[in-house]
Design a protein around this ligand. Structure first.
Ligand code: CS2
Length: 503
């Protein structure tokens, strides 16, 4: 079978949309760090829309993307033989829409040639450097949002960031050093699921620069902006089977395709130090304050996702839509959302009830094979912003905390690396080794208080609330002895009769 390539585009079925601009006439204006599936289905998708509007005459500007991978050569090796082209496949039920994307000009693999990436990031043509490096890529303490000086790669970068950094922070510091010397302002745009992601990036990066190059700080303050942004699109990792099925559908082999849902949202803070693509015309919302949107999305969408992931995975469900097809879990998710919503500071005029209904529909999308195990990764980096702010508010107001205690109990149970069926598994989390050891240890303090004592996740929450400790212990024991489904039955029946406000 032929590979997707400029020369093979004509072979695609007519229903597949193609770039309508001359790719080679449009230059790059963006460097993106973290070329995973999410970027290809989100920011690249908005940028592709802008490029398609240019109709080939470049009137929308030189906004193609030079993407970088900070670790492996995988995506470069998939995209390079395809000249950066890949297919975006939107799926919902039986519906599907396919579009070939041309926005990515090329992919750099950072460890192969760190200097090539640093000089590209510093190039005058580049106006925006954006990031999807996942939560752990910010080298911060998840509970406090401050830089983590224990981070091994960051310590490496303190000494070597000019020649061969390892972290996104090191690369940005090296590029800003060159940009500062040449007086080239830049917009640094975080697209990761973190609260006030732009401010977090600014805080960590400036703390690093303060140690390595303090004179640069004044220039950064004057010439670099860090807009916050809320990003939303469900993009499961693509499987080998999916590559094969879609190849049959397209009639071409495409090793870099991405499968996603039709829904897509991007809300960006209006804080640009440079020109940026006209993403607004592509549907992005440019607002003065992104925080209400971030909070809403992190706590309702991502918070539900994490509950679905840990409890669903333990109960034996591999995919999100399977979890949602189980009425007990659907009831749990709706209870979680109902308890999360009151503490939100919503964007003005926002219909949160409609948003919740839409989320449930998105989670039920059976055309997406979204693995619970994928969402369950990196829990230590995700849980603080997804569950704990709501938990703090509910504790302070004396509200029922059983759903959130159950969620945390589910995570703690997950750290025992065994599903309800007895099947064993491994986890992926930067704090994984320590967490698993704490979960397994025979020390006399209870397992729950040991895990609640992990400050990077819970800060002082463990010490401050005996009520929380008790509730987590209760639900953890239920899960351990009776399994997740029986536990849910107990919780949801008890709650519909009389809320267990005192546990
Ligand atoms: C998910 C997110 O893997 C996860 O942790 O919750 O990737 C989620 O699918 C996206 O944020 C949706 O916008």
């Amino acid at each position: 079978m032929r590979r997707l390539h400029t020369d093979s585009l004509a072979q695609l079925p007519n229903s597949v949309e193609l770039p309508n601009y001359q790719r080679e006439t449009i230059a790059a204006g963006i460097v993106h760090l973290g070329i995973g599936a999410f970027h290809r289905a989100h920011q690249a998708y908005y940028t592709e829309k802008v490029l398609n509007q240019s109709g080939g005459d470049g009137r929308k500007g030189d906004w193609r993307i030079i993407a970088a991978s900070l670790r492996s050569a995988g995506v470069r090796d998939q995209l390079e033989p395809q000249q950066g082209l890949y297919t975006l496949i939107e799926k919902s039920g039986e519906q599907q829409r396919c579009q070939v994307m041309g926005a990515i000009e090329r992919v750099l693999v950072a460890p192969e040639d760190p200097q090539a990436l640093i000089t590209t990031m510093a190039d005058a043509a580049i106006k925006v450097i954006s990031l999807t490096v996942t939560e752990k890529g910010y080298c911060h303490n998840p509970a406090s949002g401050e830089i983590d000086w224990q981070h091994a790669d960051l310590l490496h970068d303190l000494a070597h960031y000019r020649e061969a950094p390892r972290t996104a922070i090191g690369y940005l510091a090296a590029a800003l050093r060159l940009r500062g010397a040449a007086r080239r302002p830049v917009t640094l745009l975080s697209c990761d699921n973190l609260p006030s992601n732009g401010r977090l990036l600014a805080r960590v990066l400036k703390a690093f620069v303060k140690r390595v190059d303090p004179e640069l700080l004044a220039w950064i303050d004057a010439s670099v902006s860090f807009p916050c942004s809320m990003v939303d699109r469900i993009v499961p990792a693509v499987t080998e089977t999916e590559l094969q099925t879609n190849a049959a559908l397209l009639g071409l082999e495409d090793n870099a395709l991405v499968v996603t849902e039709p829904f897509c949202q991007w809300v960006i803070e209006d804080a640009f130090a440079t020109q940026v693509p006209d993403w607004k015309s592509a549907g992005a919302l440019i607002v003065a304050d992104v925080e209400p949107f971030e909070e809403l999305k992190l706590r309702l969408l991502n918070g539900s996702h994490s509950i679905i992931a840990y409890l669903g995975y333990l109960a034996g469900y591999d995919y999100v839509h399977q979890v949602m097809a189980d009425p007990l879990f659907a009831a749990l998710v709706s209870r979680y959302m109902a308890e999360t919503s009151p503490a939100l500071s919503l964007p003005e005029g926002f219909d949160v009830a409609a948003y919740q209904v839409q989320l449930v529909e998105r989670f039920k999308n059976a055309a997406l094979n979204h693995l619970t195990a994928q969402i369950a990764q990196d829990g230590s980096q995700k849980i603080p912003q997804r569950w704990l702010a709501t938990l703090r508010t509910r504790l302070a107001e004396g509200e029922d905390i059983n759903i959130l205690a159950l969620a945390i109990a589910g995570w703690f149970r997950y750290l025992h690396l065994v599903r309800d069926s007895g099947e064993r598994f491994n986890i992926s989390d930067p704090l994984g080794e320590r967490l698993v050891a704490l979960a397994a240890s025979n020390e006399r303090t209870s397992m729950v208080s040991r895990l609640l004592g992990v400050k990077e996740v819970f800060a002082d929450l463990g010490q401050s609330s005996p009520r929380l400790l008790e509730a987590i212990e209760h639900w953890h024991q239920c899960i351990e002895h009776e399994g997740v489904r029986a536990t849910l039955e107990q919780l949801l029946t008890a709650q519909s009769e009389a809320p267990l406000t005192n546990t």
